[in-house]
Design a protein around this ligand. Sequence first.
Ligand code: CAA
Length: 257
Amino acid sequence: MIFETIIYEVKNDIGYIVINRPKALNALNVQALKELSEVLDMVAADENAKVVIITGAGGKSFVAGADISAMQNMSAVEAYEYARLGQTTYDKIQELPKMVIAAIDGFALGGGCELALACDIRIASAKSKIGIPEVTLGVLPGFAGTQRLPRLIGVSNAKEMLATARKISAGEAREIGLVNCVVEENPMAKAEELAAEICKNSMSAIALGKKAMNEGMEMELKKGIEHEASLFAIAFTTPDQREGMTAFLEKRPANFK
Ligand code: CAA
């Protein structure tokens, strides 16, 4: 399938999703969000893509946010629908039974920061600037930033980012736990290295572990722990459990399919 605003390809077990509107610093308009949503359905069904990397085209920006020119004259109803489109699309990333890595090389602002937040792991280059500057536009984050950001970096840090609209450096983002890792340049190489490390392990176990963490974060501790036991039990219905444990006992590397 040909998309105008998103490039999707699979190489060496990695599904690459590239947001491709470099002239607008990869800002996400309705078309881009709809295409991203379709690509995420494809990636979910694509057995060749074990790990997913999301990045932005053009070398200057990951994603500079929701598209301000598209939003300028929106009615409240249209704004609600736009927010829901962004939110439900990003939910697909969170719920994807595969690890998703954001390779951030440049601006990750507003809806771009929120896209990175929906990913499981964030790698940023030193030049990257990350922020939620929506209050400079008279609005608040609308693609789940007010929800995912405080859950990741704590309410106080998140409120400071919201209210100051400051674009923080990759180093500052690392300090507050907003990104996992900062590299001098080429975050894609680091993301690929990480993806290769992940690919050695059981994909079904990773999917169950991701689900346990995602769903457990929404539960009280006792319920979350019980939920973990159910998912742990499900792991014992998979070929990977037999292969992983047999391989260990036979003192050989596991050969996961
Ligand atoms: N929407 C639409 N177009 C955008 C855009 C955006 N979010 N960000 C950048 N662009 C466009 C610019 O309008 C410009 O287009 P033209 O060449 O046609 O003029 C082009 O991309 C290049 O941008 P700049 O000339 O501004 O580049 P710069 O290097 O001087 O500045 C920047 C870069 C600091 C990222 C600046 O572009 C900027 O501040 N962008 C907006 C960032 C922002 O506010 N994002 C939040 C959007 S609101 C949101 O995301 C709401 C939500 O949660 C749902």
